[in-house]
Design a protein around this ligand. Structure first.
Ligand SMILES: Nc1ncnc2c1ncn2[C@@H]1O[C@H](COP(=O)(O)OP(=O)(O)O)[C@@H](O)[C@H]1O
Ligand SMILES: [Mg+2]
Length: 294
């Protein structure tokens, strides 16, 4: 099953992490999907959206993040069990109980420096390939939240994941970011690259004629494969980034147009994943979600 999606835009602040969070919670709450989020951004935004600061701090102190996994496998050449780095019982949405996370840490940038300095790119790529292959049969959907820019780690995800999804604000700079990304994708085709599952118009202001114009322009380029459903700019989606200490319903967190948009988008994503199986290399089932760490 091809189900691993690198969520990526070379530009920051376009709503990537928010989309990853809301999509994961929607797929869990309304479609019963087991969703793994891999937080590959040193800012750990999506990790912080899914738990309290204290919980995240403890995971970082205990060496339970993607950084620890990569330091041990890539730099120390240890064999470590990836399920031990997967956190469960996350999310403040009471119906989204099947969201899992490999959290991140600021130290990710230091790891990337060590990889570059030591020339360990091949080992990093091999580790990411192995991790993708291991999680693919265990979860229904895997969302990899990438940082802005094109780091060595992001390049690995983009080359090893099945798909990439690009959230894009309907404005000039984001459109330029997409163009840079397209040029990057064309480099070294022999090294492989994820398939474009779609460009997602994010943070769209429904009252802005300029947003509408950029949206139309992006949609008219078939290469973008724009999703029908844009993500609206809304207070609810802005607030979704703040983890609530008490459980709440999906409708309380994503009221009105925010929830309606996320539900429509989740359906589109599932349809495109299903359609993307045509070129699927069959993968062997090796593990189940019950094996992930408590
Ligand atoms: N649809 C939206 N409507 C309003 N604010 C949003 C929306 N999506 C994201 N935001 C806000 O914009 C900022 C950047 O979002 P984030 O998801 O962290 O972007 P990125 O991961 O691309 O850097 C955050 O403060 C977030 O709360
Ligand atoms: Mg982010």
């Amino acid at each position: 099953m091809r189900n691993t999606i690198a969520v990526m835009n070379t530009k920051g602040g376009v709503g990537k992490s928010t989309v990853v969070l809301a999509l994961a919670e929607t797929l869990s709450a309304f479609h019963g999907k087991n969703v793994l989020i891999v937080d590959s951004d040193s800012q750990a935004s999506v990790s912080a959206m899914l738990m309290t600061t204290a919980s995240l701090f403890k995971l970082q102190q205990d060496g339970q993040t993607i950084v620890d996994y990569l330091v041990r496998t890539v730099l120390h050449e240890e064999t470590v069990e990836w399920p031990r780095f997967v956190v469960r019982d996350l999310s403040d949405v009471d119906d989204a109980r099947s969201v899992y996370l490999i959290p991140s840490d600021m130290e990710l940038t230091l790891l990337e420096r060590e990889v570059s300095k030591g020339g360990h790119h091949g080992r990093l790529r091999g580790t990411i390939k192995g991790l993708i292959e291991a999680v693919r049969p265990v979860f229904d959907v895997v969302l990899i939240d990438c940082p802005p820019g094109l780091s060595v780690l992001t390049e690995c995800w983009l080359r090893e994941a099945d798909f990439h999804l690009s959230p894009t604000k309907p404005d000039y700079v984001s459109v330029c970011g997409l163009e840079v990304f397209r040029r990057f994708k064309a480099l070294n085709p022999e090294m492989g690259f994820a398939e474009n599952i779609g460009t997602l118009i994010s943070m769209k202001d429904k009252l802005s004629p300029s947003d509408e114009e950029y949206h139309r322009w992006l949609r008219d380029n078939a290469e973008n494969r724009c999703f029908e459903q844009p993500v609206p700019r809304s207070n609810a989606l802005q607030d979704a980034a703040r983890f609530a200490p008490h459980q709440r319903s999906y409708a309380a967190k994503y009221p009105g147009e925010a929830g309606a948009a996320m539900k429509a988008l989740a359906k589109e994503v599932l349809v495109r994943i299903a359609a993307g199986q045509a070129s699927a290399p069959e993968k062997v089932e090796t593990a189940k979600t019950s094996e992930v760490a408590e």
